[in-house]
Design a protein around this ligand. Sequence first.
Ligand code: ADP
Ligand code: ADP
Ligand code: MG
Length: 645
Amino acid sequence: MFQKILIANRGEIACRVIDSCRRMGVATVAVFSDADRGARHVAMADEAVHLGGPAPADSYLKGDAIIAAAKATGAQAIHPGYGFLSENPDFVDAVEAAGLVFIGPSAKAIRAMGLKDAAKALMEKAGVPVVPGYHGSNQDPAYLAEQAGKIGYPVLIKAVAGGGGKGMRQVNDPKDFADALVSAQSEAKNAFGNPDVLIEKYILQPRHIEVQVFGDGHRAVHLFERDCSLQRRHQKVIEEAPAPGMTPEIRKIMGAAATRAAEAIGYKGAGTIEFIVDGSNGLREDGFWFMEMNTRLQVEHPVTEAITGVDLVEWQLRVASGEPLPARQEDLHIHGHAFEARLYAEDVPAGFLPATGMLAHLQFPDHARIETGVRQGDTISPWYDPMIAKIVTHGPTRAIALRELEAALVDTEVAGSVTNLDFLIALTRHQGFRDGEVDTGLIGRDLDALVAASEPDPRTRALGVIGLAGLDKPDTKGGMTLWQPLRRTITWDGGQAVLEVLGPGAARVTLDDGTPREVCWRGDRWWVDQALRRHRIVSHPAGVSVFGGRAVHLTPLDPLDRDSGAGGNQALTLSPMPGLVKSVHVEAGQAVKAGDRLAVLEAMKMEHSLTAARDGVVAEVLARAGDQVEAGAPLIRLEEEETVA
Ligand code: ADP
Ligand code: ADP
Ligand code: MG
C-alpha cells in the first residue's frame, strides 16, 4: 500500500478520498487554489501545496504543477477525484512518466472511452447493446439528416466529446434537424473543442440506469446498478440503488454486459457503464443500451457503497498499488436501498442558477451520511461547482430509505446562500417518485409544482420574529415576562411585526398580514396558535433562520448601516467576480423585493443570478448587458430607505 498520496481535486470528493486514506493509514497531500486557502480539504489533509489562481486553468488543471507537488512532497500516487484531470489521458501519461502511480485506469482505456462514437463502436464489437443510431465519421449535414431519417424521429444529436449534458439536442421533427445540428455543433466546439456529433434514437420514457464496475486490468466485477433517472436537463439530482423494478434476471444480464465492456478494454479501477433504458413497459432484456462509460469514480458512488458495504476509494487504492480485485462477483450482495441527494447553492425559482455566499449557518443531521467540502463560515465561491453536500441515506427498504432522505433534508440547516433544499424535499414527497415510477422526464413534467415558490408559512415567520427579538435563547425562552419592553416593533429587511409579551413563555406576534398569532414555549417545543411547530430557531451572523420545513430567513436591519449613507452595502449590488453581464432585469424607478433577480452575470462558463439584498426601489442601473466587469464593480444601486423609528 502507498504511504502517501496526493489528491488532485477539491471540495467534497477530495475530503471523501482523505477520509478513506486516514482509515487506511495513508498520508495525504492536498492541493489548493487561492480561492481554497482555508478550504475543508486543505484543513483535513496532512500536507497541502498551493497551486495558483482560483481559475481551474491556473490551479486544479495544472497537471505539471500537480505532478511537481507530488514529487516535492514524496507522494507516490495521485488520486484525481472526478472532473478536472480525472479523464485526461495525457495527464495519466505525464504522471506515469514522472514515476508516479495514477489511481485510475490506463491512459489507453480512457482514450478508448473518451469519445462517445468510438466507445459505441468498441462496445458493439464486444457484444454490448448500444443505442441504435449513427456514430460514424461522416459529419456532412445532409448525410447526418439522412441518417436521422433512417433512425426514425425523435432523435438525439450528441457531441461525441460531450459530458455534463452539453452539446445535446433532441429533435422531434425533421424540419428542425438542420438548426439543431448547427447549435449542437457550436456548443460542442465551444465546450469541448470538438464539433463532431453522433445521432441516436431518442428513447421514449427513458430511464438512466448505470452499472458500477471495478477492474484490476484483467478481470472485472460489477457492484450492481444505480438509477439516476431523476434529472433536470440531463443533470442528475437524486440517485438511488438498486433501480426500482429491477429483477435478478435483468440485473444479471446488465451486469454481465457492463463487466464485458470493462474487460474489453482491460479496465483498471472504478468505472461506470451508463445505459439508457426504455422504461415504457417494465425492464426488459432487450430494452437497455450502452450510452457511455465514465472512467472514474462517479459523484453518486456512495449509494453503491451503502448497499454493498464496499469502500470504493479503498478498492481504488488497493488495486492501484498492485493488489488483485478485493472481491469475487459471488462475494458481492445488495443490502437494502440507498438514496443520494445533491444539495447545491442554487437559485431554483430563477431557473436553478448557481449561487454564491458565505454559509453563515450550516448543520447536517447525524442520521445520514454527509459528503461535504464546506463547513459553517466557508464561502461558496463562483469559481467551482456550487455543491454544498451530498446527503446519503440507507434503509432496509426503498420506502424507508426515502423517508429517511426526506427527514435528513428537513433536518439540514443552511443559511447564507439560497439552496435547492426545498426543491429536494418536494421531490422526496412526489407521488410518482415515491411509487418508483421514475424516468428522466419526471422533473420536467412536474417542474412548476416542484418549484412552486409558495410563501413560507406565516407561523414559521412568527417564530423568526421571536428569534430576532432574542427571545429564543435557553435562558430566556421560559420566562417571557422578563422581556422588556412588553410591546415593541421588530423590523427586518422585508417586513416588520409587532411583538407583545403575554406572560411567561407566551407572546403575540402580529405580522404585516394583521393577523395576531400566539407563540408559546411549552414542554420544550414551540407552539403557534396552539399548534405544535417542530421548528428550530437559529441565530447566526446573517440573521435569524427558522428550520424544519420550508425555512424562513430574516435579516435584521442595522440602524447604523442605514444611517451610513452608503446604504450599508445592502443598497449596492456588486459583481461577486469578474465576468460578463448577461442581462439586466430591472430599470431605475422599479420597485423590487428581497430576492428578486436584478441581473445575470456569466462567469466561469456558468450563469449567476444576482438578487436584491432587500426590498427597495432601483435608484440606478450601473451596468448594461454585454459589459465586462471586475469583481466588486457596482451593478445596481437601490434608493436609500426612509428611516422608520
Ligand atoms: P456524474 O455522472 O458523476 O454526475 P458527469 O458526467 O455529470 O458525472 O460529470 C461530472 C460532474 O462533476 C460535472 O457535473 C462537473 O461539473 C462536476 N465536477 C467536476 N469537477 C468537480 C469538482 N472538483 N468538484 C465538484 N464537482 C465537479
Ligand atoms: P453526458 O456525457 O453529458 O453525461 P450521456 O450520453 O450520458 O451524456 O447522456 C446524458 C443524459 O441524456 C442521460 O442520462 C439521459 O437522461 C439522456 N439521454 C442520453 N441519450 C439518450 C437517448 N438516446 N434517449 C433518451 N435520453 C437520452
Ligand atoms: Mg453521462
